[in-house]
Ligand binder design. Structure first.
Ligand SMILES: Nc1nc2c(c(=O)[nH]1)N[C@H]1C(S)=C(S)[C@@H](COP(=O)(O)OP(=O)(O)OC[C@H]3O[C@@H](n4cnc5c(=O)[nH]c(N)nc54)[C@H](O)[C@@H]3O)O[C@H]1N2
Ligand SMILES: Nc1nc2c(c(=O)[nH]1)N[C@H]1C(S)=C(S)[C@@H](COP(=O)(O)OP(=O)(O)OC[C@H]3O[C@@H](n4cnc5c(=O)[nH]c(N)nc54)[C@H](O)[C@@H]3O)O[C@H]1N2
Ligand code: SF4
Ligand SMILES: [Mo]
Length: 712
């Protein structure tokens, strides 16, 4: 029997886990690591299923090649030969943009893909780069990019010291926190209570977090920007604007005052569904608190005014003197913080061919990928590479995208399952399980509520190549070196580049991600190397967050831009909302469950016990009006599509709002996910409308979609 200490790579919380294996290398137990410096023993059901994931017989263990419509297992050599035969000619004949990429969420939780997929993407040189970011947090990158000059400088709630936490559109007791790496959120929220602080939740659903909070406001979906502007309006009207130390680092304060004028509590109350007096009280309590923080997540980003809402969250943190202050919203300083010159934030360096959407942070909205595949002409997408993504379930009007993909000349999926998306590929390249690879949460330590670092060596050897090698093999093919390219030489080249940026000599004692992480640690803000982390299996805690303004700012002015022109330009669109007649049609929102992980962990029996979770939640009053019965079937129709789903009548959702979780719909022919297919659920993104976007960021509206509902 052996035990290993690993950081869980499944969500943003970065819990330390203790994995026990028997003499046959079977995982017998996974528990929380009590000694982990950050998570201190916390674990959730997904982390506990790491063994089930590792041993899942459906997880791919060899490359698959489609021959005459059927997948066959092939050698890596055969897989790469096929790619060599079919991919480069497409780029040669039709140009680089004919090859599109979709990069999914688990790639950010995978050090090999985080560090080496960008080598491939750069080599491809395509403008058709898409990722899960445009169905997720892009508005936050946009607001940070314009306000602070760096799309990755995202302030996180200093949850362990705050005395007032206003949460909008997040359910951290279920999601375990996002853009806020904080294992054991229940314990941390309890801490706020024990300090005599207050938790306020704004959410159309009475979620677990809302139930735990001191106060819950069931807002009408898509109206957070109005509510947030009204909070600003009250602070201005009541003379409570007090940015404190930040005053000398601000541009645009007066513009914000002026912009907020039309958004009085009275004007927004009927649209948000929150009374004017309540809005006033919320604003004053924010201002009165010894310290406070406003935090918004998916419910505020994947909606019609995602960028304005994301911006106003930090405007409020500034106006109340809580940005960059203990107990407020603070900028983490990760051990691997990239050094060197950061480029100024620019958007719209290119536009999508069909709809003319601007590029943001190097990508185009995934909502328009189907347009680019379907529409003939110069620059039409003819090949697609998906890397740890399942866009056929996770992106809007998924039905249309799945159809469009059939028209591609060639498709590669780098994925660990044969599922709704990868079944459409010509070649699938699998990667090792989380226990067979090293792990380091490069991305999430930049979003962590304490400055932490923890390196996980592989627990078990892998029979599959590490995914960084796969990325470099593909890079070799794309750059004309063929499948026989010298991977070690390519890796040296990547490391030399990282070393150059870190102003260090390249090292040769390690390869792959370990060498890159070591270089980044050596050039980082703490006196630490990878060897130090290897000697600390429970992690190293560099302490609570510290103020970072002005050093963190990267705007041309060197100041915080409180009224960035491109966001201000979108405000008239919000102002127009105030003049529109009130709509009372039903709207669809999503929800997450503790035992799901977007679309891809429903194949693990321990996580799907307990019946069908993929239901449409309907308020009792709506159910009565529409003739829907609990346990009956409803049909949900939108401009984009139609689906049928079992009804769950509950007053947890607000009247006028229905909720269906995303990531289900595992009944596609040709998938090989036997557990998931036995309890498939329906794909909520069949009705998500790909034409509805947050304008500045191109992020899909996945919350607040107009729908019609009737008994099926
Ligand atoms: N309606 C609606 N839609 C949503 C959302 C919503 O709230 N509502 N949420 C959105 C959000 S926030 C996100 S992040 C996206 C997620 O969207 P995606 O990233 O497209 O989807 P995932 O479900 O995360 O699927 C990830 C894929 O990666 C594979 N995978 C898992 N581990 C590995 C690995 O180690 N290596 C490789 N190569 N592959 C791996 C899985 O098999 C799966 O195919 O969904 C979005 N879609
Ligand atoms: N268990 C589990 N954990 C996960 C995931 C998972 O699928 N399952 N996915 C991971 C990923 S990729 C992400 S991005 C994070 C997301 O992390 P969170 O944002 O915390 O996730 P959600 O639970 O989707 O919370 C969003 C909340 O917004 C609410 N909402 C919907 N529309 C609106 C609106 O218009 N206004 C307001 N104020 N609220 C609204 C919803 O009711 C929901 O409660 O979770 C991560 N963690
Ligand atoms: S909360 Fe996230 S990191 Fe922690 S055990 Fe669960 S899935 Fe893993
Ligand atoms: Mo996400």
């Amino acid at each position: 029997m052996t035990t290993a200490h690993v950081t869980c790579p499944l969500c943003e919380a970065t819990c330390g886990l203790e994995v026990t294996l028997d003499e046959n290398q079977q995982v017998t137990r996974v528990t929380g690591d009590q000694q982990d410096v950050f998570s201190k023993g916390y674990i959730c059901p997904k982390g506990a299923s790491l063994g089930a994931l590792h041993h899942d017989p459906d997880r791919l263990t060899a490359p698959l090649l489609k021959r005459d419509g059927e997948f066959v297992e092939v050698s890596w050599q055969e897989a790469y030969d096929e790619i060599e035969l079919r991919l480069p000619p497409i780029a040669e004949k039709y140009g680089r943009d004919a090859v599109a990429v979709y990069a999914g969420n688990p790639g950010v939780h995978n050090i090999a893909l985080t560090l080496y997929s960008r080598v491939l993407y750069k080599a491809l040189g395509t403008k058709n780069f898409y990722s899960a970011t445009s169905v997720d947090q892009m508005p936050k990158h946009y607001s940070s990019g314009t306000m602070f000059g760096d799309p990755l400088a995202i302030p996180v709630p200093d949850v362990d010291r705050t005395r007032h936490l206003l949460i909008l559109g997040a359910n951290p007791l279920v999601s375990n926190g996002s853009l806020m790496t904080a294992p054991d959120m229940r314990g941390r929220l309890r801490g706020i209570r024990e300090r005599g602080g207050k938790i306020v939740v704004v959410d159309p659903r009475r979620t677990r977090t809302a139930q735990y909070a001191d106060e819950h406001h069931a807002i009408r979906p898509g109206t957070d920007a109005l509510l947030l502007f009204a909070l600003v309006n009250v602070l201005v009207a009541e003379n409570r604007v007090a940015p404190g130390r930040l005053a000398e680092h601000l541009n645009g304060l007066d513009d914000v005052r002026v912009l907020s004028r039309p958004f009085t509590p009275e004007a927004v109350a009927p649209r948000t569904g929150i009374e004017a007096a309540e809005i006033r009280r919320m604003a004053l309590e924010l201002a009165d608190a010894e310290n406070a923080v406003v935090y918004g997540r998916i419910g505020t980003t994947t909606q019609t005014f995602g960028t304005i809402a994301s911006w106003l969250v930090d405007v409020l943190n500034v106006l109340t003197g809580n940005l960059d202050e203990p107990g407020g919203a603070m900028f983490p300083l990760a051990a691997c913080t990239p050094t060197g010159n950061r480029k100024p934030f620019k958007v719209g360096r290119w536009h999508s061919r069909v709809r003319g959407y601007p590029e943001v942070v190097g990508e185009l909205p995934v909502a328009t990928l189907a347009d680019e595949i379907e529409t003939p002409g110069d620059g039409q997408v003819r090949a697609l590479i998906t890397v740890s993504g399942n866009p056929c379930l996770s992106t809007p009007n998924a039905g249309r995208l799945a159809e469009a993909i059939k028209g591609l000349d060639f498709m590669i999926s780098v994925d660990v399952y044969l599922n709704e998306t990868s079944r459409q590929a010509d070649v699938i390249l699998p990667g090792p399980s989380p226990l067979e690879r090293p792990h380091f949460d490069l991305a999430f330590y930049q979003l962590s509520v304490r400055n932490i670092a923890n390196w996980t060596p592989p627990t078990l050897p892998s029979e599959l190549p590490q995914e960084w090698e796969t990325m470099l093999r593909l890079t070799g093919i794309v750059t004309g070196q063929g499948p026989e390219a010298d991977v070690a030489a390519l890796d040296d080249f990547v490391a030399a580049d990282v070393a150059r940026r870190a102003k260090l000599e390249v090292t040769h004692d390690r390869t792959g991600p370990a060498r890159l992480v070591d270089l980044m640690l050596r050039s980082g803000p703490y006196d630490v190397t990878l060897a130090d982390l290897e000697a600390a299996p429970h992690g190293i805690d560099f302490g609570a967050l510290k103020p970072r303004i002005p050093e963190v700012l990267c705007t041309a002015s060197g100041r915080i831009e409180l009224a960035p022109p491109t966001i201000v330009a979108d405000v008239p669109r919000l102002r127009d909302e105030l003049a529109k007649p009130l709509e009372d049609g039903l709207v669809l929102i999503g929800r997450r469950h503790l035992s799901s992980n977007n679309s891809w962990m429903h194949n693990l029996a321990p996580l799907v016990r307990g019946g069908n979770r993929c239901t449409v939640q309907v308020h009792p009053a709506d159910a009565t009006r529409l003739g829907l019965k609990d346990g009956g079937l409803a049909s949900v129709t939108s401009r984009a599509g139609k689906l049928e789903v079992p009804v769950e009548v509950t007053d947890e959702v607000r009247e006028g709002v229905i909720s269906i979780p995303h990531g289900w719909g595992h009944d596609a022919a040709g998938s090989r996910t036997r557990v998931a297919s036995a309890n498939p659920g329906v794909n909520s993104n069949l009705v998500a409308d790909e034409t509805l976007l947050d304008v500045p960021s191109g992020t899909s509206v996945l919350n607040g979609i107009p729908v019609e509902v009737a008994p099926a």
